[in-house]
Write a protein that binds this ligand. Structure first.
Ligand code: SF4
Ligand code: FES
Length: 318
């Protein structure tokens, strides 16, 4: 199978047919990669909802050198041979990304100071890079009371950006999905048909895939700011999942257990609820060593002076 050549922000890369622009950009890495608030590499059919990954195509292919008339979602558009894509090099894309960020924040409360996701929230990162200092809206945000959608998961719908990742987790990891998006348009909301209905072995992964703080771990809520904890790779023998996790320590106490995430903040593997919620003693785990958090995040500050650079660190201005 011959590879396709695509140029993104003036950098050429070769990829297999069928590869999306987003994944071609990820092959290059660094600032060429568009943000993705709804696409998730481990979830089939994800992407196409948030529009944070829109890019400009200045040349459709080697055969058809015309530009595409509108920006396209890079997570859903396959590359063509000879395609030329503009991401950060296009003022139109950057302007659009600012508008999308504002749109995603339309109903999102600015409650980072009290939100458990602060420090590892993808919307916080997006707002930091592309957000406005002041809102243009005066309308009231829609509000919901936080609810428990399972014994161990809290849903704060105010923060949800309707990325559908949690729905895809439920669809793809469990036999009987009991939650989803109810209603239409700006009345849409994530919910269960029956309060407290989510109780399958892998439901906790919804917390890890949620890009914002809409789904949080009830065993960890308000215990600590995440940057005061030390993430360590750990494993245990588990009959349900691989048992490979990250344990977040404060002193000798494990405050929470999560799956291991890659450079893009996406889980390497899904883990089971037993590992996530019920193994909170250090003696339950074989601790492997400090987790190198590859995302630009306050979590990776200060803890890892001795680790090698990953290449994804922010570049200092010349
Ligand atoms: S709850 Fe989180 S994962 Fe689910 S749709 Fe909302 S933002 Fe996405
Ligand atoms: S990541 Fe492409 S539309 Fe959301």
């Amino acid at each position: 199978m011959s590879l396709l050549k695509v140029t993104i922000d003036n950098i050429e890369v070769e990829v297999e047919p069928g590869t999306t622009i987003l994944n071609a950009a990820r092959k290059i890495g660094g600032s060429v990669v568009p943000p993705a608030m709804c696409y998730y590499s481990k979830l089939e059919g994800s992407g196409g909802y948030c529009r944070s990954c829109l890019v400009k195509i200045s040349q459709s292919s080697a055969k058809d050198t015309r530009p595409m008339p509108k920006l396209v979602p890079s997570c859903r558009t396959a590359v063509q041979d000879g395609m030329v894509v503009l991401n950060t090099t296009s003022p139109e894309v950057m302007e659009n990304r600012r508008a999308i960020t504002e749109f995603l924040l339309l109903n999102h409360p600015l409650d980072c100071p009290v939100c458990d996701q602060a420090g590892e929230c993808h919307l916080q990162d997006l707002s930091y890079e592309h957000g406005l200092e002041e809102t243009n809206t005066i309308e009231e945000r829609r509000t919901f009371e936080p609810i428990d959608i399972g014994e161990l998961i809290k849903l704060n719908m105010n923060r949800c950006i309707l990325c559908y990742r949690c729905v895809k987790v439920a669809d793809q990891l469990t036999d009987k999905r009991v939650h989803g998006v109810l209603n239409r348009g700006d009345h849409s909301e994530i919910s269960t048909y029956i309060l407290n209905a989510v109780d399958n072995d892998f439901s906790g992964n919804m917390i890890d895939v949620c890009p914002v703080g809409a789904l949080t771990d009830r065993t960890f809520r308000f215990k600590s700011r995440v940057w005061f904890t030390k993430p360590m790779d750990a494993h245990r023998d588990c009959n349900t999942c691989s048992g490979k996790t990250v344990v977040w320590l404060k002193g000798e106490e494990i405050l929470r257990v999560t799956g291991r995430k890659d450079t893009y903040g996406e889980l390497e593997e899904f883990i089971c609820n037993e590992c996530r919620f019920h193994k909170k003693k250090v003696s339950d785990w074989v601790i492997e060593g400090p987790r190198n958090i590859k995302r630009n995040s306050v979590i990776s500050q200060n803890h890892y002076q001795n680790l090698k650079p990953t290449g994804d660190e922010p570049q200092k201005p010349e």
